[in-house]
Design a protein around this ligand. Sequence first.
Ligand code: BG6
Length: 301
Amino acid sequence: MNTDITELNSHFGIEDQVVFKTIHDDFVIVEINNVHATASIALQGAHFMSWVPKGEEPVIWMSQEASFKSGKSIRGGIPVCWPWFGDHSTNSSLPAHGFARTALWEVIQTEALKEDATLIAFRLIQNDANHDGWPYSSELEILFIIGESLRIDLVTRNTGESAFTVGDALHTYFSVSDVRNITINGLEDCLYLDKVDGSVEKKQQIGAVRFDQETDRIYLPSTDDCVIDDPGFKRRIRISKLNSESTVVWNPWIEKSIKMGDLGQDGYLDMVCVESANAADDVVLLAPGEKHHLWVCYSVE
Ligand code: BG6
């Protein structure tokens, strides 16, 4: 990966709008600043770290205890789960949520768009180390359009000779005023797998989703917009998506967040994950030459 800041800025920098820099000595990130918003993205994992529309509270949550280390997933932001969601189906020694979120990505495009938004795209660098549990020839790219809304397109291509199935998710941590006071609409009546009690039988969502305990659910099928209604921040965050049949809703609550150790003091109160996914049975079959776009749009109302 080209992590030379001078070279990155000379090839892909856009004056005052797209600037590459290092944080914590050697962790490379890119900062975006345009008429509508500021944002930052780490090159490791193409991990989106922040999006702050002008005049708004941050929309994406980042843990105060997040560590920015080579090969370690960042707690917060938008981890890219790929090519499987959760545990690997047959080998539990492989990393949860796949390897894309801790792998090296390269910048392939930056552009100041006419609509005053900023486009930036990355490609996962596939090397031998990446192939544990993934013996397929594939390409993975992600494109962000940062502006009044945040649009993301995660594109998987089958570049090999045989078909494969892939699971993926944009594991987005949203920033909320107090998770105990928010609701999530858009999942009413959907069936879900409850990972907290490990139930095999699907349950049904009655009314909006509310939080008063650990919550870890895969809603399937679920394709409608989800809306996080946050009276404390006086805003609604709309999550629209395409080519995703499942939605994961996650908050670790108190005990689990203490065990995890990188959520920060009471961090679980300030965040909720609403993940646009192809998870559990909802995996995508790709024939040779085919591609799959997992697309989302986040906006604040
Ligand atoms: C969610 C899963 O998507 O991610 C949870 O449904 C998991 O079960 C959570 O705990 C966080 O995963 P990780 O690997 O980032 O700690």
